[in-house]
Design a protein around this ligand. Structure first.
Ligand code: SF4
Length: 285
């Protein structure tokens, strides 16, 4: 990219940027969190030099109890099981990866309970990594379903940190587990929970198969009421949510009035083809 070339692996961002000038691709959005000095330094750093990352996003595996329409088997065991049991979806248009036609077996090299050398490598790296890391994001699947997630929270709970820590959860978990999440993160100075929803009620349950609307609401309120938690709702805007999308936005405004303007934010992306994200924009009001 520094030579002005477009590596094929980065097509995800080129597609968005080619759609219209000014469209925000992930690389622009993700880079915007760093200072101009840090960005200039990274450009000057030789490509072969080892660097200590400032941000790390980790997914311990793809275990997930939901099968959202815009997701796929690479990220969700429920999606994978559904395709294994009922076969591929036929006649759907998607990009080259043909996401709805296979169970993405390649994305789960190690079965639950098996030793995962990548996870072991992460723990060996962690003492050095945690010295320099400014931001840790934990995603999945649904991260709260994985024992290593709780091991990491135990560690963060025992070693107070000012590192920014973010967890991406579908909130489709028992209240006791939410309480455990709240309790285990009290020593983290900057802790953020991201969740996703695009519409309300039964429509939301249809778009995100597995979601129980009342449970999502209850858990959202639990998190927002915790003083140390910053709460964000991500929206993958798709055809199925359009008729209820403003109801969700009204709900967010009510929450902002109830819990504070700065407590809650949301992030939108558009998904016209179901599983493919084409444009991303951060909304703040
Ligand atoms: S909750 Fe997240 S990981 Fe699970 S199916 Fe939905 S989008 Fe995919």
């Amino acid at each position: 990219m520094l030579k002005g070339e477009r590596p094929a692996e980065c097509a995800y961002c080129w597609i968005i940027e080619d759609m219209q000038s000014g469209a925000l691709s992930d690389r622009v959005l993700e880079t915007s969190r760093y200072s101009d000095e840090k960005i200039a330094e990274s450009v000057r750093t030789p490509i072969e030099q080892d660097v200590a990352p400032l941000t790390l996003e980790i997914a311990f595996d793809r275990a997930c109890n939901f099968a959202c329409t815009y997701c796929n088997a690479s990220f969700s065991t429920t999606w994978a099981n559904e395709i294994r049991q009922n076969g591929p979806y036929i006649g759907l248009t998607s990009q080259g990866t043909k996401v709805f036609t296979h169970d993405s077996e390649w994305s789960q090299l190690f079965k639950p309970g098996q030793t995962n050398p990548y996870v072991e490598a992460f723990w060996r790296w962690w003492p050095e990594l945690s010295e320099t890391l400014e931001e840790l994001r934990i995603t999945g699947g649904e991260p709260t379903m994985h024992p290593e997630f709780w091991r990491l929270l135990d560690h963060l709970s025992d070693h107070p940190t000012d590192m920014r820590v973010a967890v991406n959860s579908n909130l489709g978990v028992k209240e006791e587990l939410m309480d455990r999440l709240i309790a285990k993160t009290r020593n983290i100075a900057q802790f953020q929970v991201y969740t996703s929803c695009e519409t309300v009620g039964r429509q939301a349950e249809y778009v995100r198969d597995g979601l129980i609307w009342e449970q999502w609401l209850t858990n959202a309120h639990r998190l927002m009421a915790a003083p140390h938690i910053q709460f964000s709702v991500m929206m993958t805007v798709n055809n199925l949510c359009l008729f209820g999308i403003t109801d969700l936005l009204d709900l967010m405004l009510d929450w902002k009035a109830q819990y504070g303007f700065r407590k809650i934010s949301w992030l939108e992306s558009a998904s016209p083809a179901g599983s493919q994200t084409f444009a991303t924009a951060e909304t703040a009001f």
